[in-house]
Design a binder for this molecule. Structure first.
Ligand code: PEP
Ligand code: MG
Length: 587
């Protein structure tokens, strides 16, 4: 039965319109099967049903694993291999058989009870890795249950592109999705700067977060959704009139983006001749061709932690060297900024970060983790980078810096690695361009002291805003306090730019603020040199820069710095955009 039509306001986190049916991923709310006790003679047919469901599940998982391997050609596909191992686990199979033969339970109840029992054991251990295995176990259990009830999971999942719904999507779940079968996302938790939203934008998929749990739990595979990633509207089972209106809007959007792409050969210059470089934030499995197509100024942020997401297989030096080299060679003379591993916060890797923390965003994240607990892993990455750097214009940057000692210590490690490589006769970069991310308030405040130690700054506004405003960037409940236009943020950026100016350093902005056209007048007026963003946003940002005058933006910033709150600044910006680029107001 279809969920009754409704229309709710969620939080938009990735632009675009998606229309399609639902696919739920992650932990599926599932009703507990009745503990039906059957007549003893029913045990044999129930066992046969169970084994046939096992066989069917095995075939589906093998098919999914093959499909993913063809597509990804690397270890991400391993997730389904792990599921196959669970499915073949003899302990699990005999426990279900016992439930059917000895306790005379239905196959459904025996499977359910066994999965519950095993996952409770995993969940009871204070270890993130085992807790994740409990999720895998439930996933496999749910597939067997679906097959017992005759629902064809593989068909549901992959017969047509769908809108993914979930309570929470982890970055690794998002990375693992089959892209051509995903139209968009609607989740309960998250925010514009949670890593899942960042991935959604780089995949060019519309997404909303903050969808009430009660609604998500009701939705089934038969329900149709419209996800409006511009306004945040989520429409369940729209009437024909609404759907047609949205289809029209979708086509208009496509036309708008098509017209923008035709401007890719124009320089991103303001009307008074200032060039604001537009660089790309690239993901591990994105092709450099996307950067070329949008005529971006190289790569402003390559988040390497996404190649470290599989806890079962961390990339060694050679594998990393090949990934970095491939990117640098493809970029030719264009700069490529590679960020060292930023595990921690919401990007968890249980093999690197084994203990759980009360406040992971304030914990051993990024450079802290590398220097305190993962020096070997860090050194391996730096060695791979130093070697790959001879193939192009490499810049390396450090995430989550909050102390000058972190920079000095890293420089010592780099110097030692350079000596080792020279001794081994391995070609490597002699003068590595090293930068820090300015994403903690302390880094922005001591920018003057950091500047002489490095070659560039890159402002990570996602974290800078989170830490300055004391607002968890992935918590939709406090999203209303997460305000990029707050004067406090502008003061910190201004301080960073002024310090950089004194030492002649290049300043980039690579957080979400850099991709939203409503913040461009502020960043331009504050004096940054580069905005780095998902390739999908580059054409629209180019049009925006070309509509603005730098001098006017500088004047705007002077006024904004005097404001007392984010709304006042937002209104100033809005007035300017209304005048210079009204077509951008809804974007
Ligand atoms: C940022 O914090 O703005 C940033 C670019 O880094 P990440 O989003 O990966 O934390
Ligand atoms: Mg960050």
């Amino acid at each position: 039965m279809l969920t009754p039509s409704c229309n709710i306001q969620a939080i938009p986190v990735a632009p675009g319109i998606a229309i399609g049916r639902v696919m739920r991923i992650g932990e599926t709310p599932r009703e507990q099967p009745e503990p039906v006790v059957l007549a003893p003679e029913m045990a044999e047919p129930e066992l046969a049903r169970f084994h046939s469901a096992l066989e069917k599940t095995g075939t589906q998982l093998a098919g999914l694993s093959d499909k993913l391997k063809q597509k990804l050609q690397d270890d991400e596909a391993g997730i389904f291999d792990a599921h196959i191992l669970i499915l073949e686990d003899q302990l699990l199979i005999s426990e279900v058989e016992k439930g059917i033969k000895q306790d005379h339970f239905s196959a459904e109840y025996a499977v359910f009870a066994t999965i519950e029992k095993f996952s409770a054991v995993f969940n009871g251990v204070n270890d993130e890795y085992l807790k994740e295995r409990a999720l895998d176990l439930r996933d496999v259990g749910n597939r067997i249950l679906d097959n017992l009830s005759g629902v064809d999971v593989a068909k549901i999942a992959y017969n047509e592109p769908r809108i993914i719904i979930a309570s929470n999507l982890t970055p690794s779940e998002t990375v693992g999705l089959e892209r051509e079968f995903v139209l968009g996302f609607a989740t309960e938790t998250g925010s514009a700067t949670s890593h899942t939203a960042i991935l959604a934008r780089s995949l060019k998929l519309p997404a909303v977060v903050g969808v009430p749990k009660e609604l998500l739990d009701k939705l089934t595979i038969a329900d149709k959704l419209i996800v409006d990633g511009f306004s945040g509207k989520l429409i369940v089972n729209p009437d024909r009139h609404t759907e047609e209106a949205y289809l029209l809007k979708q086509r208009e959007e496509q036309k708008f983006y098509f017209s923008l792409n035709e401007e890719n050969n124009l320089p991103p210059e303001t009307s008074d001749g200032f060039r604001l470089q537009l660089a790309a934030n690239l993901d591990a499995d994105q092709d450099y061709n996307e950067v070329k197509q949008t005529a971006a100024y190289g790569v402003g942020l390559f988040r390497t932690e996404f190649i470290f997401m599989d806890p079962n297989q961390l990339p060694d030096e050679e594998r990393q060297y090949n990934i970095y080299k491939k990117l640098l060679v493809a970029a030719g003379n264009a700069p490529v900024t590679i960020r060292t591993i930023d595990v921690g916060g919401d990007k968890l890797n249980t093999a690197i970060l084994r203990s759980t923390e009360q406040n992971p965003f304030l914990g051993l994240r990024g450079i802290r983790l590398c220097l305190r607990e993962q020096r070997e892993l860090f050194a391996t990455q730096l060695r791979a980078l130093l070697r790959a750097g001879v193939h192009g214009d490499l810049r390396v940057m450090l995430p989550m810096v909050s102390s000058i000692f972190e920079v000095k210590e890293t420089k010592e490690i780099i110097a030692k690695l350079q000596q080792d490589l020279a001794k081994e006769g391995v070609p490597c970069v002699e003068k590595l361009k090293l930068g820090v991310m300015i994403e903690t308030p302390v880094a922005a405040i001591i920018a003057q002291q950091l500047a002489p130690e490095v070659d560039f700054f890159s402002i990570g506004t996602n974290d800078l805003i989170q830490y300055t405003m004391a607002v968890d960037r992935s918590n939709e409940r406090v999203a209303y306090l997460y305000r990029p236009t707050h004067p406090a943020i502008l003061h910190l950026i201004r301080n960073t730019v002024e310090a950089a100016r004194e030492y002649n350093l290049y300043v980039s902005v690579c957080g979400q603020m850099a991709e939203s056209v409503m913040y461009t007048p502020l960043l331009l007026g504050l004096g940054v040199h580069e905005l780095s963003m998902p390739t999908a946003s580059i054409p629209v940002q180019r049009r925006m820069v070309r509509s603005l005058e730098r001098l006017a933006c500088e004047e705007l910033v002077q006024k904004a710095l005097q404001c007392s709150n984010a709304t006042e600044v937002q209104e100033l910006v809005r007035a300017m955009v209304e005048k210079c680029a009204p077509e951008m107001l809804e974007r």
